[in-house]
Ligand binder design. Structure first.
Ligand SMILES: NC(=O)c1ccc[n+]([C@@H]2O[C@H](COP(=O)([O-])OP(=O)(O)OC[C@H]3O[C@@H](n4cnc5c(N)ncnc54)[C@H](OP(=O)(O)O)[C@@H]3O)[C@@H](O)[C@H]2O)c1
Length: 217
């Protein structure tokens, strides 16, 4: 298979790329800064340094792609730079999904969120839900895993104390399950679940929530 991962150099995206490479798939990663310094496996990925909002810079790479994984989102806005929840968490997914559909891609996996992180605008989750609805009836398999917090050694979003707290909760299965759909996931498990959703013959119906995601890890 050929997978294209937007945000392919990010916290989750790079692990999806690494796993796909290990399994022998052809992999393309799209992000503004291109190839990450993340090990020798990165040599086996075609990295395209492009802004997704400039589709002319990357749409040719969709030729022959079987599955697009969209792994772009923010937790902190910079409105002066146009970096808002509406645009990055919502519009980017719709734009990439439309490009994928037009290119004849068979499956689109949109990494979404189960809930809004504390202290951020409702727009964070409203943009997610709007994008999920907008892409649901496109002419390809659309798969929407919704994750709660994803923790790991190099996670870039929340303070280290929160990262460690999520790790403790995530390691205690029963405690994590009490949190239902919003339970924390280790980044290794989250990226494995996303990879499985990208390549599986059969996928669960949307949204794909924590219980189903756990079963894929
Ligand atoms: N981590 C979590 O706790 C968590 C929980 C639930 C859902 N999610 C969702 O999972 C997805 C991946 O999250 P993550 O934690 O892996 O985030 P991340 O590490 O910040 O990765 C985001 C990626 O998007 C790229 N990107 C951002 N803006 C872009 C643009 N305009 N054009 C092209 N690439 C762009 C970044 O690379 P460049 O800067 O090089 O462009 C980076 O590779 C996001 O949608 C996130 O909201 C994450």
């Amino acid at each position: 298979m050929h997978l294209l991962v937007t945000g392919g150099n990010g916290f989750i995206g790079r692990r999806v790329c690494a796993r796909a490479v290990r399994e022998g798939h052809e992999v393309t990663g799209v992000s503004r800064s291109g190839r990450p310094e993340a090990g020798s496996w990165t040599e086996d990925v075609r990295w395209i340094a492009a802004d997704v909002f400039d589709p002319g810079a990357w749409r040719d790479a969709l030729s022959g792609v079987d599955c697009v994984v969209h792994s772009i989102g923010i937790i902190a806005e910079r409105p002066q730079a146009g970096v808002t929840f509406e645009r990055v968490n919502g519009d980017s997914a719709v734009l990439v999904a439309l490009e994928a559909e037009r290119a004849g891609v068979e499956r689109f996996v949109y990494i979404s969120s189960s809930t809004k992180p504390p202290l951020v605008r409702e727009a964070y989750i409203e943009a997610r839900r709007r994008a999920e609805t907008a892409i649901t009836d496109l002419e390809m398999d659309v798969v929407v895993p919704r994750f709660g917090p994803v923790y790991g050694p190099d996670q870039p979003h929340f303070p280290e104390i929160a990262n460690q707290l999520f790790a403790v909760v995530g390691a205690l299965g029963p405690l994590a399950r009490v949190m239902g759909e919003d339970r924390p996931f280790a980044v290794g498990a989250a990226s494995q679940a996303v990879y499985e959703l990208a390549v599986a013959d059969e996928v669960p119906s949307n949204p794909v929530t924590a219980t189903e995601l756990s079963a894929l890890t």
